[in-house]
Design a binder for this molecule. Structure first.
Ligand code: BDR
Ligand code: CA
Length: 314
């Protein structure tokens, strides 16, 4: 089986961190070309250094990390320390990263890689879509070599940061608008799905029992992130971002369908909402495959089995 060329754009974030570890644990499936960081859950300086800390934890020092955009395209910056803590990966307790970020800007890396890659590249997006939108704006030719974009963001139903909007879309709706209108094959993994991926105590215990450094860091992060989610939303830790990587590894865990999705960029109570035309009322062609259901036990079995493959560490 040939390996899928993959770039992960992220804003770690505890759930981004778990998603990165899941991607690191799949070297036979993914040719991981790079990780690009964007401002989101916490400011860019933290998201990019967190990505490098997780790279060290995952034992993949060769994967380059690029810092991208420090703010959204148009709106004022918004962060989520309330859910992720001051560092974004509170609970992980990781040392300083071994190696610096690459010198190139993430948007330039995306453009150059997409223009030169010998086969189409998959883009997994785990944060606000600023880097990806700017790459598309900078050189629309990148679209020709995009195999697909798989984005954690949005919801058919209600939001998590406002009544209407999910965080990644709300944090840069104008970028999301560019990406959803670009015409690239797009899979949207929204809250409808990710709220089925709850790290319950038995699921966390199965990971803790691995007894490795990555497993300890994952459980440390998810204990804390779960407590904050419980306080804010009355449910345990939703593993939003790992759903993106799980979809790429094992799509039969998910169900979804094609539909038209518009991003609301008008000021008002629906700012940042993904308006999902579930019933095809607009008559306009679909622009996304929207996932709706997850086999949660299968998802956690995949995650636990893959985390067990990472180097045990100290
Ligand atoms: C998304 O927002 C962030 O808080 C998480 O990392 C995830 O990407 C969920 O709304
Ligand atoms: Ca994220």
């Amino acid at each position: 089986m040939s390996r899928r060329p993959l770039i992960v754009d992220c804003d770690p974030g505890q759930d981004d961190a778990v998603a990165l570890l899941l991607a690191f644990a799949a070297p036979e499936e993914f040719d991981l070309l790079g990780i690009t960081a964007v401002a989101g859950n916490v400011p860019l300086a933290l998201t990019e250094s967190n990505a490098r800390r997780i790279r060290d934890l995952g034992g993949r020092p060769e994967v380059p990390v690029y810092a991208g955009c420090p703010r959204p395209m148009v709106r004022e910056p918004v962060t989520a320390e309330r859910i992720h803590g001051a560092t974004g990966i509170d609970g992980a307790d990781l040392p300083e990263p071994v190696r610096p970020a690459e010198a190139a800007h993430a948007v330039d890396f995306l453009v150059e890689t997409l223009l030169s890659a010998p086969e189409p590249v998959t883009l997994a997006t785990l944060g606000p879509l600023t880097n990806v939108a700017l790459a598309i704006v900078k050189n629309p030719a990148v679209l020709a070599n995009l195999h697909e974009i798989v984005a954690m963001g949005g919801a058919i139903g209600t939001g998590n940061v406002t009544a209407s909007a999910e965080f990644n879309i709300f944090a840069d709706p104008h970028a999301a608008h560019v990406v959803f209108e670009a015409g690239a094959p797009l899979t949207m993994i929204g809250l409808d799905v990710t709220h089925q991926a709850i790290a319950t105590p038995p699921r966390l215990e199965a990971i803790r029992a691995l007894g490795t450094a990555p497993a300890a860091a994952v459980c440390g992060m998810l204990d804390l992130y779960g407590a904050k989610n419980m306080a804010a939303y009355h449910h345990g830790a939703p593993l939003h971002d790992p759903c993106v990587i799980a979809w790429l590894l094992q799509p039969d865990l998910f169900e979804g369908r094609e539909m038209r999705v518009d991003i609301d960029i008008a000021d008002g109570p629906c700012f940042g909402r993904t308006v999902c035309d579930v019933r095809g009322r607009s008559g306009r062609p679909a622009n996304a495959r929207v996932l709706e259901r997850l086999d949660a036990d299968g998802f956690f079995a995949l995650l636990t089995e893959r985390l067990a493959r990472l180097p045990a560490g100290a």
